[in-house]
Design a protein around this ligand. Structure first.
Ligand code: ZN
Length: 243
């Protein structure tokens, strides 16, 4: 098989997702800030695929963003309402009416998402006080069993895709946006998972998880460090361990 890579979705050209992706129009502007380690480690590149599914989104790689011209432009534009998707005691929970159209006052909602592990995300915030100062939003995920209990093909693999899907559902419910193709990201999730399960079952293929997956009934909820990594955006009671 050719090793050539599609430099849009960063999958091998023979498996390129691009022709199947339909960019969705949203009112909200999404900004994915990707830790460089995530770019190297997360082979499936779900952050990038999610970005390619959203017409009004950007993806930037880096750790410090206080001197990043485009990021600062979005934060400082008075016609924007910039927020950071990051759960915590001070975060506004969109699922319980924590943010509404009146709060926006006609401004465009700009959501920054950190595509990183917990420790990576904390470092990005520490080095970027302008991101630290942003109001934080969170949501209570609806598809808890589907997204959190299910064993994922690799650590952190689908978090950004899942978090964005859940966020779009929540924004629509809160009357802040429309979610035009709610099946698209989940369809991508399933196709990617099928592909990775096939790879895992094929001993001749390297680069993906080599151990076969356990049957769904034998799967256990993620725990410990990898669990924290997977649930970096999703707030699931009891609170995911952060250390
Ligand atoms: Zn592609």
């Amino acid at each position: 098989m050719s090793r050539a890579t599609c430099y849009r979705c960063f999958w091998p050209q023979s498996l390129c997702w691009c022709p199947t992706l339909q960019p969705m129009e949203t009112r909200t502007h999404f900004v994915f800030l990707m830790h460089p380690k995530e770019f190297k480690q997360e082979k499936a590149g779900t952050g990038r695929l999610t970005h390619l599914c959203l017409s009004h989104s950007k993806i930037h790689m880096g750790i410090e963003f206080d001197a990043h011209e485009e990021v600062q432009g979005l934060i400082n534009d008075p016609s924007n309402f910039p927020v950071l998707l990051y759960p915590g005691p001070t975060a506004r929970n969109l699922s319980t009416g924590g943010l509404n159209a009146e709060d926006l006052g006609g401004r465009r909602l700009v959501v920054f998402l950190l595509d990183a592990t917990w420790s990576g995300a904390r470092k990005m915030l520490r080095l970027s006080p302008s991101l630290q100062r942003l109001p934080r939003i969170m949501f209570t995920p609806s598809g808890r069993s589907r997204y959190v209990i299910k064993q994922q093909p690799q650590d952190g693999c689908l978090s950004t895709l899942e978090a964005t899907h859940e966020l779009l559902l929540t924004l629509e419910r809160a009357g802040l946006d429309r979610y035009p193709l709610p099946d698209q990201l989940l369809g991508l999730f399933d196709r990617m998972q099928q592909y990775q399960i096939q790879c895992a079952a094929d001993p001749n293929r390297g680069g993906y998880r080599r151990q076969p997956y356990s049957a769904p009934g034998e799967r256990v909820a993620p725990q410990g460090r990898s669990g924290a990594r997977r649930s970096r955006y999703l707030v699931v009671p009891p609170a995911a361990p952060e250390s």
